[in-house]
Design a protein around this ligand. Structure first.
Ligand code: OGA
Ligand code: MN
Length: 335
């Protein structure tokens, strides 16, 4: 077995490590864009110590502008990643698909294990059900769209990175929406989509048991979403199974065409992970997928926290956006 990589800072990164950290005053973050329409790298900051509203609002503003942000050299241990997600965006998603099929390695359903290793740290065997489930992340998707409320922000933290490329691709669903013809935009207005993880996994031949399916019933969401900054996005995912009141084949053809459109190279950015990266993406505005690598040979360990897409408690930042935010919340309620 290969040597377990050392942590970048000598700290104990195990989930139960204790944490006592100083909080620091507000900082001025800057964003360096890495793609013409979205995705930016944020200036150095230790997110474990960020708790003031002003800095958190700068991150939210950055998310509204870029939809995906990468923070380098993070060192979350113990519950620090979960705590940051709560400070930043409130309530966390704990009803993930993974929770239905396997026991959480960290004993906390809000911290999803996106690793190809078992509780003993061994790389999954090829026929391990948990591996086969995880392979579903290689389909274009947005997190927890098969739940209501779905996911808002996902925060994926990389702990162990293989020596070969094991990247994640992101697609800008706002730019993809903008590029549609006026006719197509009119056709999509008001359509509602049924999302189901049982459906998306079944396209790969992965089947849930009846008991698992009971906890994963699926959810309905608008196909076009209005974001807090007023922009519209295509809300698609591999989980998108049908359109309400449409014949299923016709719905699937449209969903397939839209996905092909939205994942053309000009809308896609490919992120190469470094140990310590925290990537935050807005599930309302993007899709993502894991890229193939030799997962039976190389260890890859990431941990994800996803927040609930519920109305945001008022802050100076959300008050400034006022009207648009109210629109967004109304759209969510009317689903
Ligand atoms: C996820 C996900 C892709 C990857 O964590 O939600 O889809 O590259 N990850 O691991
Ligand atoms: Mn995902």
């Amino acid at each position: 077995m290969e040597e377990r990589p050392k942590s970048i800072d000598g700290r104990d990164w195990s989930y139960n490590a204790p944490s006592v950290l100083p909080r620091v005053p507000a900082m001025n973050l800057t964003f360096k864009s890495l793609h013409p329409t979205f995705f930016a790298e944020v200036s150095p900051v230790d997110l474990r110590t960020v708790s003031d509203r002003d800095t958190l609002d700068q991150i939210r503003a950055g998310m509204d502008r870029y939809a995906v942000l990468v923070f380098r050299d993070q060192a979350f241990a113990g519950t620090e990643q979960v705590e940051f997600a709560q400070r930043f965006d409130g309530q966390l998603h704990a009803k993930t698909g993974a929770a239905a099929i396997t026991k959480n390695r960290f004993g906390n359903e809000a911290l999803t294990d996106i690793s190809n290793v078992d509780e003993g740290g061994e790389i999954f065997q090829s026929n391990d059900r948990r591996r086969q489930y995880l392979l579903g992340n290689r389909l274009w998707h947005t997190d927890a769209s098969f739940q209501d409320p779905p996911g808002r922000y996902s925060m994926l933290f990389s702990v162990v990175v293989p020596p070969v490329a094991a990247d994640t691709e992101f697609a800008d669903m706002r730019a993809a929406y903008d590029a549609l013809s006026a006719d197509m935009k009119a056709q999509l207005e008001g359509l509602r989509v049924q999302h189901s993880i049982a459906y998306s996994r079944s396209t790969l031949g992965f089947e849930f048991s009846e008991k698992e399916r009971e906890t994963l019933k699926g959810a309905v969401h608008p196909l076009v979403r209005t974001l807090p900054n007023g922009r519209k996005s295509l809300y698609l995912a591999s989980h998108a199974a049908s359109i309400i009141d449409w014949p299923v084949p016709e719905a699937r053809l449209l969903l397939r065409d839209l996905t092909e459109h939205a994942t053309q190279p000009q809308f896609v950015y490919r992120h190469s992970w470094r140990v310590g990266d925290l990537v935050i993406w807005d599930n309302r505005a993007t899709m993502h997928r894991g890229m193939p690598f030799d997962d039976k040979k190389y260890r890859r360990e990431l941990r994800r926290v996803t927040t609930l897409d519920i109305p945001i408690p008022p802050t100076t930042y959300t008050q400034r956006r006022g009207a648009v935010d109210a629109e967004g919340a109304k759209e969510t309620r009317n689903k």
